[in-house]
Design a binder for this molecule. Structure first.
Ligand code: M6R
Length: 615
């Protein structure tokens, strides 16, 4: 939520900021803004715009006004929390003197108290944001004689909440000051330039020499130099970040949008994630896990904790762990887990699942689990993310950067990694015979080809989706591994197409929701062959008897299923526990097509942001 970029030491500061904002827009696109110091005039130059997808272009339109030799600058792309998306609420925010500017991601929880204090001492606030109080607090500290770095440190001691910030001051035109608590922020440099960014992709265009900041660290970034302090002003060493990919992977590469690019990258994302971790004989190796075989044998219970699509991956993982490794497993939504005082002990392994490694609900749930004595493993796609640095061990997916707000390739890579982990646990604990391990390994290793074959049917999926593009109400049904797929299909349709889509375990419909079924209702059912196929089809009959149209995800060439429904989305057959990896693909395509038919922006659906860093 909200993207931050900052740069110092280049005459192209504004161009760097705008290019960075374009890469960060996935984090929020309610408004955008930049500020640069003008060393000659001793002032700040600011431009802001709140025009959703058009904000950055409006800033570009003003480039002829920028100072000839700009100093340090910061930029921001916003997902609104406090105050509607207007020009006045767009960042950067400035103080009363117009000499301090700040951008912020997160929430200042005690901003009302701080604002009341500032108002009482005569400060004039011009926005409805929580952020603006920071600019005025820094103003007071600078007035009292502090440097910008010291002013930021002092002001953050008074602040409660989660934040990443970057600030500039007209009096120190080469200096960027950056700090974070929970929300992500990295810093980087070359010999002549300094950079600050919310994510690696936005900083990579400038440098590969990047460093992570820990909670409550404040970086002073000057051209070619970074110095980091804690809030007491004690100097600390930031952690170097190793990045294995280039900025081109965060571009569309000829596709009309990031979502279609990322859907087509899925076979590779799964292949890369499995690489070197599974042998065809059922052997497994997960280097970064950092839990010994002995420790894995001592685990009595697993709890998967996550949000959104990552939670759906956890629902699949739980079944694989129980079935293959014979260990009790649960999956829970992070925002609920954190507050229900979960009973955990040192026999519990909590696996937090987060593509970004930043989602604040999941991060706080992870910290709560550790406080309660559980070991914690983080499954994430982002090396050196906040979660991977705080966890006892990590499971990395290797999907490359995912920019589209709807998770696609990262969700599939999560499923592949979690199933690899389940196989690993089964092997280490001796829960399966050698031929069973080899059979599952073979099924996992065949997934990239199965995905390629599935994507070859993309036109068929689109043709089915077009028939239903005007429908306003969908029901998604599945049993066992089909239920998390139904949840994921419904989530994709809701977030992209803005239509109602409810997912239920197929057997649950008759306990209430079936009363909603009448002619015109559309039911999407996961009906690939499994031991529960007959029961699923029984539920399909119940829907059709009440007038619903039924679209089924079914095995290739399964004429029996095709004959019982109105349309099929055919996929290659794989073993049941691996089937979610394949079965979810036609539903991504379905949501994509319906959303595009309705004229929606699939990469930037309304009200959403890629990374959710507020509760
Ligand atoms: O980065 P995370 O995996 O923690 O994100 C979790 C959810 O916010 C995310 O999966 C969200 O539901 C997506 N928009 C789903 O497409």
């Amino acid at each position: 939520m909200c993207g931050i970029i900052g740069v110092t030491g280049t005459p192209d500061a504004c161009e760097v900021l705008l290019a960075g904002l374009e890469l960060l827009e996935y984090r929020g696109y309610d408004s955008a803004g930049i500020v640069v110091a003008d060393p000659e005039a001793g002032t700040l130059w600011r431009a802001r715009a709140a025009e959703r997808a058009g904000s950055i272009q409006r800033l570009r339109d003003r480039l002829d006004e920028v100072p000839a030799t700009p100093g340090a600058g910061v930029g921001h792309t916003r997902w609104a929390t406090h105050g509607p998306p207007t020009d006045a609420n767009a960042h950067p925010h400035i103080d009363c003197t117009g000499r301090v500017a700040i951008v912020h991601n997160g929430i200042i929880e005690n901003y009302r108290d701080l604002a009341a204090r500032l108002d009482a001492t005569g400060h004039k606030r011009t926005s409805a944001t929580d952020t603006e109080v920071l600019a005025h607090l820094i103003e007071d500290e600078v007035e009292a004689g502090a440097s910008l770095g010291e002013a930021v440190r002092r002001c953050l001691r008074a602040v409660r909440g989660d934040f990443a910030i970057a600030a500039v001051h007209a009096a120190e035109p080469d200096l960027l000051v950056a700090a974070r608590r929970t929300s992500p922020l990295i810093v980087g440099k070359t010999e002549t330039v300094g950079v600050v960014a919310s994510d690696v992709a936005a900083a990579l265009a400038t440098t590969r020499e990047l460093y992570a900041l820990d909670d409550d660290q404040v970086a002073e970034v000057r051209p070619g130099a970074i110095v980091v302090y804690d809030l007491d002003g004690v100097r600390v060493e930031p952690t170097r970040i190793e990045v294995a990919w280039g900025v081109r992977r965060a571009m569309k590469g000829g596709y009309p949008d990031f979502m279609s690019k990322e859907i087509h990258e899925q076979p590779q994302a799964v292949r890369d994630t499995l690489l070197g971790r599974i042998g065809s004989d059922g052997s497994t190796e997960i280097e970064e896990l950092a839990l010994s075989d002995e420790e894995l044998r001592a685990v009595r219970r697993l709890v998967f904790v996550a949000c959104g699509s990552s939670y759906h991956a956890g629902l699949v993982a739980r079944q694989a762990i129980e079935r293959w490794a014979g260990v009790a497993a649960e999956a829970e939504v992070a925002s609920e887990f954190r507050y229900r005082q979960p009973v955990l002990d040192d026999g519990t392994l909590v696996v937090v699942i987060s593509q970004s490694g930043e989602t604040v609900d999941t991060l706080h749930a992870m910290r709560e689990a550790r406080r309660r004595g559980a070991r914690v493993v983080a499954l994430t796609n982002v090396v050196d993310s906040v979660m991977s640095r705080e966890a006892d061990g990590v499971l990395y997916t290797r999907a490359g950067p995912e920019i589209g707000v709807a998770s696609t390739k990262c969700h599939l890579a999560q499923l592949a990694m979690l199933e690899t982990f389940a196989l690993h646990l089964a092997r280490v604990r001796g829960a399966l015979a050698g031929d069973e391990l080899a059979g599952i390994a073979g099924a996992l290793l065949s997934l990239p080809d199965a995905l390629q074959a599935t994507l070859a049917r993309a036109d068929e999926f689109a043709a089915v989706a077009e028939r239903f593009a005007e429908v306003e109400d969908f029901y998604f049904l599945g049993r066992r591994t089909g239920f998390p797929v139904a949840l994921e299909g419904a989530l994709k349709l809701k977030e992209l197409a803005y239509v109602r889509a409810e997912a239920y375990p197929a057997g649950e419909m008759k306990h209430g929701p079936i009363s909603l079924i009448e002619p015109g209702a559309v039911v999407v059912v996961i009906a690939t062959r499994s031991s529960l196929w007959e029961k699923v089809m029984g539920n399909v009959e119940e829907m059709r008897a009440r007038g619903a149209s039924v679209v089924a995800v079914a095995d290739e060439g399964d004429d029996e299923t095709a004959g019982l429904v109105d349309a099929v989305l055919e996929v290659p057959s794989v073993i049941e526990l691996c089937s979610p990896v394949v079965n979810v693909v036609p539903l991504q395509s379905f949501a994509y097509t319906v959303a595009r038919a309705r004229g929606n922006d699939v990469d930037r659906p309304r009200n959403l942001a890629k990374v959710v860093t507020v509760e």
